[in-house]
Design a protein around this ligand. Structure first.
Ligand code: PLP
Length: 374
């Protein structure tokens, strides 16, 4: 008989039956079970032929040059990554934003998710001065964070304020009166925020940076969707932010290279904004008679729907939609680290609109009819 493998605490953590692991499994099997599924759940960027062509040509040029191929495949890089790339990025950021950076300030990682995991575990968890946590000053936050903490009770968070806007839109704003717990090791925001598409204002980010600095802790800003690249930040009134108290996480995934988990390119924000507006219009039409607020889409490529009269939890809505061939993300798991229950956290779902128009229209119709039945 085979001896069962004995897992360490770390091993048990990553093999646990957590809701998120289950959801990810479920999402992963969904397409296999139903190839016609309307995939509005993923974080994969839409395919852009011109970008794909550019990647292909560049790869062909690299492959045609023996020295480049050797540099790409046949050499270990230092722990911070290739110096030339780090210098290039530092120069670019200095020129574009005036940030006081050199290659020494930059390290390459295997994408934003792993960067967060390294930084978060370097700062929080059990340490010589007790147990510390990563604090989200505003949830919902990126689902992918929830599982990175090696120790238990790794996160704390605060509710946002809900601002109702015209046209059935709403917006999360920072509750500046919310207390930052004593055991906070760092504050963390994604900007634009996954899942809501919120972009914290420059003033809110400055406030958080000041609050973090006053406590002697850093502010982690995950700009996987934002500035400087892929720049899926639609309004003109928010800018890139860095200070010497900020740990800025960048990713090339949403530029169109999620498979590499590295690299950089700048996307055309105005095109993506037009897609966001189309998605809002289609959903509005399909959900005409249903109480529904859509988070103002300020960045990324998600629509975050708040259904205040939803008679079931969003997790159940997710299952019903999946049954009807539409895959979305239920909102529950994004309210990471909240100390008190909050009805709102069961009333939201996330739809990715990085899909073609026909799928968008079908998805809106499925959502509308399912909600009406409910
Ligand atoms: N950060 C946020 C906020 C994200 O939404 C995502 C992906 O969905 C990532 C990081 C992941 O980035 P990467 O693919 O570079 O690991």
């Amino acid at each position: 008989m085979k001896t069962p493998i004995k897992l360490s605490q770390y091993g048990q953590h990553y093999s646990s039956d957590s809701g998120i692991v289950e959801l990810m499994d479920d999402l992963g099997s969904a397409l296999r079970d139903n190839p016609q599924m309307l995939m509005m759940a993923g974080g994969t960027p839409a395919r852009i032929p011109a970008a794909e062509q550019l990647f292909q040509t560049t790869l062909q040029q690299l492959a045609a040059d023996p020295a480049s191929t050797q540099a790409l495949l046949g050499r270990y890089q230092g722990p911070k990554g290739d110096l030339a790339v780090r210098e290039l990025l530092a120069t670019q950021l200095r020129e574009d934003y005036g940030w006081d950076l050199t290659a020494d300030n930059i390290a390459l990682t295997n994408g934003g998710q792993s960067a967060f995991s390294i930084v978060a575990n370097m700062l929080a968890g059990e340490g010589s001065n007790g147990s510390k946590r990563i604090h989200f000053p505003l949830v919902p936050e990126y689902l992918g964070y929830a599982d990175v903490g090696i120790s238990k009770n790794f996160f704390s968070s605060a509710r946002p304020q809900l601002q109702l806007l015209d046209d059935g839109l709403f917006k999360y704003t920072l509750d500046r009166s919310a207390v930052i717990p004593q055991d906070a090791a760092a504050l963390c925001i994604s900007r634009p925020t996954n899942p809501s598409g919120n972009v914290l204002t420059d003033d809110e980010v400055r406030f958080l940076d000041g609050a973090a600095r006053a406590r002697g802790i850093p502010l982690i800003v995950d700009a996987a969707y934002g500035l400087p690249f892929p720049a899926l930040q639609y309004g003109d009134d928010t800018s890139a932010y860095w200070s010497d108290n900020v740990i800025l996480l960048l990713s090339l995934s949403k530029v169109g290279m999620p498979g590499t988990r590295s690299g950089f390119l700048v996307a055309a924000a105005d095109l993506i904004e037009a897609k966001a507006l189309k998605a809002v219009a289609l959903l509005r039409e399909a959900l005409r008679d249903i109480p529904c607020h859509i988070h103002k889409p300020e960045g990324a490529f998600f629509l975050w729907l708040w259904l205040p009269s939803l008679p079931v939890r969003s997790e159940q809505l997710y299952r019903q939609l999946k049954h009807h061939g539409l895959l979305v993300i239920p909102g529950e798991n994004s309210f990471i680290g909240l100390a008190e229950p909050w009805d709102h956290s069961h009333q939201c779902i996330r739809l990715s609109y990085a899909v073609d128009d026909a799928m968008l229209a079908q998805a809106a119709a499925v959502l509308g009819s399912t909600l009406k039945k409910l």
